[in-house]
Design a protein around this ligand. Structure first.
Ligand SMILES: *[C@@H]1O[C@H](CO)[C@@H](O)[C@H](O)[C@H]1NC(C)=O
Ligand SMILES: *[C@@H]1O[C@H](CO)[C@@H](O)[C@H](O)[C@H]1NC(C)=O
Ligand SMILES: *[C@@H]1O[C@H](CO)[C@@H](O)[C@H](O)[C@H]1NC(C)=O
Ligand SMILES: *[C@@H]1O[C@H](CO)[C@@H](O)[C@H](O)[C@H]1NC(C)=O
Ligand SMILES: *[C@@H]1O[C@H](CO)[C@@H](O)[C@H](O)[C@H]1NC(C)=O
Ligand SMILES: *[C@@H]1O[C@H](CO)[C@@H](O)[C@H](O)[C@H]1NC(C)=O
Length: 483
């Protein structure tokens, strides 16, 4: 009994100590740190017009699908009626670089589309975060040993592929450690190579409708990968990827609106004073990193301090350190700790075909080295998104409206910069008899809010998230009436 108690305390403390890298940890805020570095002009260059096509590496894939099949995950609940696969896909044999994926098929998989999900960071794991705490079929129990079934999992309606990208994230790795210094262009290129190889391993999905989804810093990854796919599709003599649409949530896409929208959100949600907000509005020019003055950085630091010690990714949520506070949305704020314990269990890694090369250290939900050394990104991805809206694929942008890191104001300012005309005006959408959020359909772009959700939308509002996701896949706007 005492042992169990001590174990629980230890688990609870895991994310609280500074060196453990997970989103639930107090003060742990990879995207916030990245933004701060940008405002302080630790500038990174973007490889403009670096696009050129050459065929990608394709490795032998025979027998690997069968080898990747998961017999059963330790502690998984009974009655699982869909297939799961996970393993490595080599994207660069010379460097020894391999990306880890987890694939949750749907029941009746042959009738459902294929969806790739990417988490952001940069440096955060799509498996440990996306699959295990957000939209995947299983969540970890507090014992760190058993799993429970998430009935709102997105593999109810799609075959969902979780990719840990780039190398260094989650179980993905490279035998050439300099690969861990990377940026947007390389990440997109590796993800593309991954997809071409994965489709050789799972050829039945080659012609399936394919959708790209992700959140947070995947606001960079998803549009960039979509554009690469569309460009390559025009000239490749390898697999043409049947890309039908993208959806990005609480997505970091534009440096200027990220900052203006964030401090407006802090003010409108009563996290900062009138005075500090006025000072930011009149002194800050966020149009690029180089226009952010020292005075502005001073006010921003004051604002960030003034909002106090709250979980910025869901401003009304309790910390993991306050177990007596019932979570507002039913999401256990210590979930990251349970996943950390579960995924660092040798039998679990074995069942997942993960860590087959004795990777040093532990599995972490986010890798700080990756975001600390991120060396290439544009100030804005809006031009890429604009190109995508003109390409004929569907483009959806969604936003959980209680996130303070990439808040809904940021997303609306960003969309406004695109200057699209409204096709279907703002209306409330419904799910289970309640307003699920709001929708505006623009010309070739749909914006959906998810009411009462933080940054990690499916964690906090699983039913609304699944309803939104189903609408996206069906190409139909979310329901406008209560029935
Ligand atoms: C990385 O190195 C290990 C140990 O030599 C090897 O087993 C593994 O296949 C290499 N990974 C890749 C992707 O080549
Ligand atoms: C799978 O397909 C079968 C036959 O079409 C159907 O009876 C069953 O309800 C489907 N199951 C799910 C979970 O969609
Ligand atoms: C694709 O084109 C490259 C040259 O660009 C050639 O080396 C390769 O063999 C071609 N592959 C196929 C599958 O035709
Ligand atoms: C912000 O700086 C840019 C670049 O110097 C300039 O073009 C723009 O007018 C400035 N915005 C404001 C509101 O001063
Ligand atoms: C990989 O497995 C070894 C034991 O074989 C373990 O020491 C190490 O912590 C694991 N690495 C990760 C990243 O989980
Ligand atoms: C919308 O998409 C179509 C292609 O599907 C394109 O012809 C049209 O120009 C796009 N309109 C806008 C405003 O982007």
């Amino acid at each position: 009994m005492k042992g169990t108690f001590l174990l629980l305390i230890t688990i609870t403390l895991l994310c609280l100590v500074a060196f453990v890298q997970c989103y639930g940890g107090k003060g742990y805020d990879p995207l916030g740190e990245l933004l701060k570095a940008r405002r302080l002009k630790k500038s990174v260059k973007y490889l403009e017009n670096s696009y050129s096509y050459s065929p990608v590496y394709v490795g032998p894939q025979e027998g690997l699908k069968e080898a990747d099949k998961i017999t059963t995950l330790p502690g998984q609940p009974n009655g699982v009626n869909f297939d799961q696969y996970s393993g490595y896909v080599t994207v660069d044999p010379k460097a020894g670089r391999a990306l880890f994926y987890y694939f949750a098929q749907s029941v009746n998989s042959s009738t459902k589309p294929l969806v790739l999900w990417l988490n952001g960071g940069p440096g955060c794991s799509s498996f440990g975060n996306g699959a295990m705490t957000e939209l995947g079929p299983f969540r970890a129990n507090p014992d760190g040993k058993t799993l429970w079934y998430n009935k709102y999992a997105w593999n109810n309606v799609a075959n969902v592929l979780f990719l840990e990208s780039p190398a260094g994230v989650g179980f993905s790795y490279s035998n050439t450690t300099s690969d861990y210094v990377t940026g947007d262009t390389k990440t997109a290129a590796d993800s593309y190579t991954f997809l071409i190889n994965w489709l050789e391993r799972f050829p039945e999905y080659k012609t399936r409708d394919f959708f790209l989804t992700g959140e947070s810093y995947a606001g960079h990854y998803v549009p960039q990968l979509a554009q690469l796919i569309l460009n390559n599709n025009k000239i490749t003599n390898q697999t043409v990827i049947n890309l039908k649409g993208i959806a990005i949530g609480n997505a970091y896409v534009d440096f200027e609106t990220e900052n203006t929208g964030m401090y407006d959100f802090f003010w409108s949600h009563s996290l900062i004073s009138d005075e500090i907000h006025d000072n930011i509005v009149s002194n800050c020019n966020f149009s690029s990193e180089s226009t952010v003055s020292d005075a502005c950085n001073g006010y921003v630091a004051e604002a960030d301090n003034m909002r106090g010690d709250i979980f910025i990714y869901d401003i009304y949520a309790p910390w993991c350190s306050s177990p007596s506070t019932p979570p507002i949305s039913g999401f256990d704020p210590c979930s990251d700790d349970y996943v950390y314990t579960y995924l660092n269990t040798p039998e679990v890694q074995k069942s997942l075909h993960a860590n087959t090369t004795n990777l040093p250290g532990n599995y972490f939900s986010c890798n700080d080295f990756i975001f600390d050394h991120w060396n290439e990104e544009p100030d804005t991805v809006l031009p890429t998104i604009k190109d995508l809206t003109e390409s004929g694929i569907s483009v959806w942008i969604y936003s959980g409206d209680t996130d303070g890191r990439v808040p809904v104001t940021t997303t609306r300012y960003g969309i406004n910069k695109l200057g699209l005309s409204v096709k279907t005006p703002w209306y409330p959408w419904y799910n289970e008899g309640e307003v699920g959020g709001y929708v505006v359909e623009y010309q070739n772009l749909t914006f959906v809010t998810i009411r009462g959700a933080g940054h990690f939308v499916p964690s906090y509002q699983p039913a609304r998230a699944l309803a939104f996701f189903s609408s996206f896949l069906d190409g139909e706007l979310p329901l406008s009436d209560q029935n």
